[in-house]
Design a protein around this ligand. Sequence first.
Ligand SMILES: [Zn+2]
Length: 493
Amino acid sequence: MPTKIFTACLGTETNSFSPIPTGMDLFRRTMFVRGGAHGDKPNVFALPLIIWRERARALGWDVAEGLSAFAMPAGDTTRVAYEAMRDEILSDLRAAMPVDAVMINLHGAMIADGYPDAEGDLLAHIRALVGPGVLVAAELDLHCHLTELKVASVDAMVIFKEYPHIDVTDRAEELFRIVVDTLAGRVHPRMAMHDCRIIGIFPTTREPVRGFVDRMQALEGQDGILSVSLGHGFPWGDTPEVGMRVLVVADGDHAKAQALADRLGRELWDMRADLAPPFMGIEDAIGRVVGHNGEKPLVLADTADNPGIGAAGDSTFLLRRLIERKVGGVAIAPFWDPQATLSAFEAGIGARLALRIGGKLGPASGDPVDVQATVMGLVENAHQRFGKANPPMGNMAWLRIGNGDAEAIDIVVNDYRTQGFSPECFTAAGLDIARCRGLIVKSTQHFHAGFQPVADDILYVSAPGTGSMDMRSLPFTRVTRALWPRVADPHRG
Ligand SMILES: [Zn+2]
């Protein structure tokens, strides 16, 4: 009988402080695919499944594809949604058995009502169903909660190394090679992890994290080390095991995996103060825009209102201060406001109308802002580029407060909640970003590759909101371990 694998995907990145519930509808609108029918515009979280299918079939293996579901980050997943999707994957797996391996793509930071580690629960059910003799392998986003339950339930796990996540397919290839070698009896993966007791957000585009990622990669394939991963954790997940952990997969040697995980964990601890980029307050950031007269715009990342980490994408803290300080020549995108978008489409290009913008989802969005705006551009069903993917933006309207490129504040509102990945989140609506001195992008890090070529400089702004960068004041209720920087030395006592 040919080798047979079963594949599936389930995930979302739960922000416990988000006002938006995650139910079946959000999964259906993001990715909800049965039987591998991903189409010609696959979601980025479908890419590993497509690679595993192609590689397995090239080897003459059989592939059974279970449910593939992913939701745009938001608040806790509902219990009915999680249990329905878990049970569907388990029944798909049961129908496919016997299988030689299960390969599952997860995010790793899903929290569901009653399930603080939803994907850990899924993996434990998969293990219970297939038994100890079947290889279970998982790929995770680096913003995962790398829990004891997840690690205990699988044989091999590989986590994205790059933030922004430009290596989703590379890690899928890496996990597939480990599966091939394990099924052939050439390697015997043993995993160990180290709890760094650190929370935060750590782009891999800057030092010292960049060098650390390069060192992790250099260790792989040497001295029996199959894979080295860093789970950054997702700091807005209010779950007991939140935080950064190192994971090492070694060939047949748990002690070796543990020793390396501990060594790398100590390295990270020693670098802790420099791991996160510096964040700038709203007033300082706007001050930099006021004083800016470079060739290209300054790009300000409104990190706290990034829909990619579960925020609404309609917060007004920066917009309000721009208006109050009368700072023009600045554009904001994408601003999630379906009602303002609808009104702009109704009014048409050139119309001037009173609009109440943003601040609709709750206190984390700030208060709504009432403006007189001119409709400058309208585009239906827009998209923006993100690596090889082409994520949707929905209908977009370019609104202008004030007159003239230098004095106006431009806002691109849309009706599909998404972060800004590339300059198209402005230009698709017709806006010429070269005329702006400042661009405010609702994103934390995934905008970086797209905007760097058009930016004079990039500033990370720390505003209030769902994705607040003030790690000390996150209102955790379920976290039981001490974590830096909330306490100075969480490893003591
Ligand atoms: Zn991530």
